[in-house]
Each structure stands twice: as structure tokens, then as C-alpha cells.
Design a binder for this molecule. Structure first.
Ligand SMILES: Cc1ncc(COP(=O)(O)O)c(C=O)c1O
Length: 430
């Protein structure tokens, strides 16, 4: 491993799940269990979630937003996660029929679910009505028409928030920036579309308009962006005298050593202060996803190949890749890495950690700091992979999707089993 390394210390614990601790052999424990033991039992790649970390972030959101708190399921969802979030008292924000089905199958009642999506089908809207979903966040005139059509058949009146775009740049990656005027999401405030949508919704017998929703983007570090968006939205929403105002999600999290992010509590405080200053009477709702799930998990891989390219770099190839973490490839997102069995050791070596998919862009960590001597068969882990990893993953190259385990207080429970080769051909028709 022949590059210079500016970041040679051990992995900082503030990038690891809350329960992370060092065992007697210098190994990482999460939820009281050695990560290497979990990898041996469940195989790699493996997502390991600290269940108490997830619960603690849910509670923080509940303290910040009260009954207005929802978890954005797109960040990470499975039956166990839906149950955990529901047990902790948050609503579930779902953005597709599949997410809705998962929440319902987990036993979450419709009245605790909010339906999102910029292109909801009649089937999605119908399923939501069958289960009595509490809120539909409407994104287009076509959707207003669909709700009207459904109402003419079933008589159900949908409680609706209208999603508006405030025209605010969130200073995040273009692909996750959603509050600007040029957006596929919502009704523009500046263009007058939002006002027209309010009047259409109000004259639609199938709709009970209860609020306005906006979401400026994801992985936003600068909380001032939220305050600025709120000022613009409130100028529009307060005169409407609606009972609810949703600020969406989007709070950023630190992925690497050089980043730091506000907590959910600080985000809530800023929004609450801003609302107080603006004299907002509506109940504030929020939908954090990443800030609840991201730092709760790490992904553990096994090293399969190490290639030293003299004078160029060292490639460490692991048994996963962009199929379990597409964020580096999609957004150029930075990650860091460590060896769970040697968590307290300095990391003087540098390598590029790559996956096993047939793409040169299948890079997990461009400049990973690692302890010296990492070789074939070792475990390497990336922290902060609990959001938009498993949920955004794929089985490209027909590489089976990893397993997911929840750990807490010395015990582990698998919550998603590893995909099998048989699963991979189970949809194919002979
Ligand atoms: C409407 C909406 N709400 C909430 C979220 C969750 O955002 P985050 O995971 O960044 O908190 C998203 C993410 O894109 C979203 O589109």
C-alpha cells in the first residue's frame, strides 16, 4: 500500500453506532457482540444495525416534533424496521405501493402512515384508501384528478397535504436537491401552481385539504437552508389557515472524519424557533430518514483480492460493492473504512476499496485509511451505511443482496435474510 495518508488515526467512534465499544482483543463490538463473530455467523457482506441506536434517534425525533414525527421509510425498510418505528411512536412516510405494503404487512395501522410519491398510480392510491392511510401528500394536478375519480367510486374523502417547491437551493447533490423551481416534485410557489392547486383541492369533494408540505432535499448540513425554505413556505401557507405544515426530511449526517452534522434535536429546535418567530399556528410535521438510520449501521465485507499497482495505488476488492451501497457511484459520496478486528489501531496505509461488480466505477471508498497488512480473508467495514444502502441496492451481476441483522444488548436477530441463488432466478419464466 504505497500512497501517503493524511488520516492515520483509528476510526473515530462518532462515526460508529452508539453501542460501539472495544473488546478485550481490540475488536469492535456492536450491541455487545463482536462484529467478526457476526460476520462469521451470518456471512458477508452483512449490514449490522444497532437497534438501540435506531430507537434512540426515533425518540429524539419524537421529542423534537411530537406527533408530527414520521420516519421516511425510503432510507431503510423491512418488516422489523417498520415495527420498530411504529413501536417508538413515529408515523411512517411511505413513497410507493411496495413501501406501503411492507408497513401494512408489519402490522402498522393505516392511520399511522403518510403516502408520498410524485407519480402515484391509481393502484397505489386505492391501496392507501383500503387501509385508511392518514395523509396523502399530493404532488400533481393529475393526482388531484385521480383522487376525485376514486372518490366518485368509493366516496372516501382523502386528507391531503399539497407538496410545494419553495424555490430554495439546498446546497446538496443535484440528484437529492428537490426544493428548487426546476424540479419534478411538487407545485411551484413562484409560478402560481401551488395557489392553483390549493383552489382545485378546495373545490374537490374528494379532498380534505389539511396542510402544505415541502422538502428541500437530502443530506443537507446547513440548517439555515431549512429556515429559509420555511420562511418562504410559511408566507404562502399561514394565510390558508390549514392545521398542518410539513417540513419534509433531509437533515445531513457525517459520513467521514471531516464532516459534522447537526443533531435531530438541533434541527427541531431551529425549526421550532423559526416557526415561533414567524407566528406559525399549524402543527409542524417532519420526516427524517437518513438522520435516524444512517449511523445506526455498518457494512462488513470480506477481502477477496489485494492488488498492488506499483507507483499507482493498492486495490482492495471486497465481496460486495455498489449492489449494497450505490451512493459512491451515484453521488460521488465519500466513505471511510476500518478493520473491525483491529478497531483501535492506527490506519497508516491507503487503499482503494472496490466491489466485485463489472464496472470500474464500483468503488466503495476512494482513499481508505487502513491498518497495515490488510489481506485476503480479512474483514473490512464501512460505517454510516444504514440509510440508502440496502434500500437503494440491487443484485446487478446477479450478486445476491446481503443479509441484515439487528443487534442489541448482547443478542442478534436476522431481519432480512441473504438473497440466495434460487431467489435470483425465482422471477424468471422458463
Ligand atoms: C418527501 C421526502 N421526505 C423525507 C425524505 C427523507 O429525507 P432524509 O432521508 O434525507 O431525511 C425524503 C428523501 O428524499 C423525501 O423525498
Amino acid at each position: 500500500m504505497n500512497q501517503t495518508n493524511s488520516n492515520t488515526g483509528p476510526i473515530p467512534f462518532d462515526l460508529l453506532p452508539d453501542s460501539a465499544e472495544i473488546g478485550s482483543r481490540g475488536e469492535l463490538l456492536i450491541g455487545g457482540i463482536a462484529v467478526d463473530d457476526l460476520a462469521a455467523e451470518y456471512g458477508t457482506p452483512l449490514f449490522i444495525y444497532d437497534e438501540n441506536h435506531l430507537r434512540s434517534r426515533c425518540r429524539e425525533a419524537l421529542r423534537a416534533f411530537g406527533d408530527g414525527a414520521a420516519y421516511a421509510c425510503k432510507a431503510f425498510l423491512c418488516l422489523a424496521m417498520a415495527r420498530l418505528v411504529h413501536e417508538e411512536g413515529l408515523h411512517l412516510d411511505v413513497a410507493s405501493e411496495g413501501e406501503l405494503h411492507t408497513a401494512i404487512a408489519a402490522g402498522v395501522p393505516g392511520e399511522r402512515i403518510v403516502l408520498h410519491g410524485n407519480n402515484k398510480s391509481l393502484d397505489e392510491l386505492s391501496l392507501a384508501r383500503v387501509h385508511g392511510v392518514s395523509r396523502v401528500v399530493v404532488d400533481s394536478y393529475d393526482e388531484l384528478d385521480r383522487l376525485s375519480e376514486l372518490h366518485s367510486h368509493d366516496g372516501v374523502i382523502a386528507s391531503v397535504l399539497l407538496r410545494v417547491t419553495p424555490g430554495v437551493e439546498a446546497h446538496t447533490h443535484e440528484f437529492v436537491s428537490t426544493g428548487q423551481n426546476d424540479s419534478k416534485f411538487g407545485f411551484g410557489l413562484a409560478s402560481g401552481a401551488a395557489l392553483a392547486a390549493v383552489s382545485q383541492a378546495r373545490s374537490n369533494p374528494g379532498i380534505n385539504l389539511v396542510g402544505i408540505h415541502s422538502h428541500i432535499g437530502s443530506q443537507v448540513f446547513n440548517v439555515e437552508s431549512f429556515a429559509r425554505a420555511l420562511e418562504i413556505v410559511v408566507e404562502f401557507s399561514e394565510p390558508l389557515e390549514l392545521p398542518e405544515l410539513s417540513v419534509g426530511g433531509g437533515l445531513g449526517v457525517a459520513y467521514v472524519e471531516s464532516e459534522s452534522a447537526p443533531s435531530i434535536a438541533q434541527w427541531g429546535e431551529l425549526l421550532s424557533d423559526t416557526c415561533q418567530r414567524l407566528g406559525v399556528k399549524a402543527r409542524i410535521c417532519a420526516e427524517p430518514g437518513r438522520s435516524i438510520a444512517a449511523q445506526a449501521a455498518i457494512t462488513v465485507y470480506s477481502v477477496g483480492t489485494v492488488k498492488e499497482l506499483p507507483g499507482i495505488r493498492t486495490y482492495v476488492a471486497v465481496d460486495g460493492g455498489f449492489g449494497d451501497n450505490p451512493r459512491p457511484m451515484l453521488y460521488g459520496s465519500g466513505y471511510t473504512a476500518f478493520v473491525p478486528g483491529r478497531v483501535a489501531e492506527p490506519r497508516p496505509a491507503v487503499a482503494r476499496i472496490v466491489g466485485k461488480h463489472c464496472e470500474s466505477g464500483d468503488v466503495l471508498v476512494r482513499e481508505a485509511s487502513l491498518p497495515n497488512g490488510v489481506g485476503v480473508g480479512d474483514h473490512v467495514a464501512t460505517p454510516v451505511t444504514g440509510a440508502y444502502g440496502y434500500s437503494m441496492g440491487s443484485s446487478y451481476n446477479r450478486i445476491p443482496r446481503p443479509a441484515v441483522v439487528f443487534v442489541s444488548n448482547g443478542s442478534a436477530r436476522p431481519v432480512v435474510r441473504r438473497e440466495t441463488l434460487e431467489d435470483l432466478i425465482s422471477l424468471d419464466v422458463e
